[in-house]
Ligand binder design. Structure first.
Ligand SMILES: O=C(O)CCC(=O)C(=O)O
Length: 335
């Protein structure tokens, strides 16, 4: 479901927002089933936790970097409504998916209680700009219900954290706890927050509980001081090959794939890339077709741009890329 503007406004002003019903139905069910290709089901785990020592080695032991063997999970990390929300929040179509992680937690496996921190510590070499330029968007798609007893993320609205300097250390235990808001929501919800917002993981409120989330983070493409994962380092994973074969030109772009008009493409690279990714459709690469160009990197600049559309229910901005997108959409929709 499309992330409403009110959610993105909240993200801008409060620093975080929770949207219920972001995904549901078959999409959510397929992702939930796919979890069991990566983790033991909760009843299996709790029947004998000692059989799964790896999950309790430390609080981050349940983290799995993308891609995954399951398309149902991979595809959620660039769900069209997530990309659309990232485009609107970051104010540009020139984006990259800079991290995906799956996180399974089981009560008693580890102590998940954290102290408040901001995520820029390991998402950036420097610090966020306080004027909001080049923000990073971090998201959690909840794949299980998260009640107060299921280790919800606790977040502090920006107005209470803003005065604290941008340190990369964790706050003292209990500091600002009176302002914490817990992101409780049903499975299928989306938690969005910024890397300058204070937040922390919390522990479970009882035995036999578990929490499963899929994290997908977006930023403006090409800022060398920001990021977390290097996709080439994950490119030999079979899930990555499947993702690139099934993804659209736009979706590949989110991973930093060379754009259709990049001078990288020639007969040799098209032939050899097609060997590396069997059955990939490279027909649009190296054909002189315009690439998704760099949009403005400031939300304020982009928000003021004139709009084309709506086309197929989407409001598209009158950028070069927007015009191309509108044209392709109209062709697809037959008008
Ligand atoms: O798992 C969570 O709810 C938050 C975890 C977190 O903030 C972190 O590890 O940086």
């Amino acid at each position: 479901m499309r992330v409403p503007d009110s959610c993105l406004d909240e993200l801008r002003t409060v620093g975080f927002a929770v949207m219920e019903g972001f995904v549901g139905g078959d999409e959510l069910a397929a992702a939930q089933v796919a979890l069991w290709g990566n983790y033991p089901r909760p009843d299996e785990y709790f029947a004998d936790p000692d059989r799964h020592p790896g999950l309790g080695a430390h609080p981050f032991a349940g983290l799995r970097e993308g891609p995954y063997d399951q398309w149902a999970l991979n595809q959620l990390t660039f769900h069209p409504d997530l990309v659309d929300a990232a485009e609107r929040f970051l104010g540009t179509t020139d984006l990259e998916l800079y991290k995906s992680e799956l996180w399974g937690k089981y009560s008693g496996a580890a102590d998940y209680e954290q102290r408040l921190h901001r995520d820029f510590g390991n998402h950036s070499l420097v610090v966020p700009r306080r004027d909001g330029r080049w923000p990073q968007l971090t998201t959690f798609i909840l794949l299980s219900d998260v009640t107060d007893r299921d280790g919800p993320t606790a977040l502090v609205p920006l107005e209470h954290g803003r005065r604290l300097p941008y340190r990369v250390t964790w706050l003292d235990k209990g500091q600002l706890s009176e302002h914490e808001v817990r992101a409780t929501a049903p499975a299928g919800s989306l938690l969005l927050y910024r890397t300058d917002v204070l937040h922390r993981g919390t522990d479970f409120g009882g035995p036999g509980r578990s929490r499963f989330t899929l994290l997908a983070d977006y930023q403006v493409r090409g800022k060398s001081w920001q990021g977390k994962m290097a996709w080439p380092q994950r490119a030999m994973h079979p899930g990555f090959v499947e993702m690139m074969v099934r993804a659209s030109v736009r979706e590949r772009d989110l991973f930093g794939w060379p754009r259709p008009d990049d001078e990288y493409w020639n007969d040799q690279t098209r032939t050899d890339v097609a060997r590396r990714y069997p059955s990939i459709d490279l027909s649009r690469y190296g054909t002189g077709e315009a690439s998704p160009p760099a949009g403005p990197a400031s939300p304020d600049l982009d928000r003021d741009r004139p709009r084309i559309g709506p086309v197929g229910g989407l409001t598209i901005r009158a950028t070069r890329w927007g015009r191309g997108r509108a044209h392709r959409l109209r062709r697809l929709l037959g008008h």
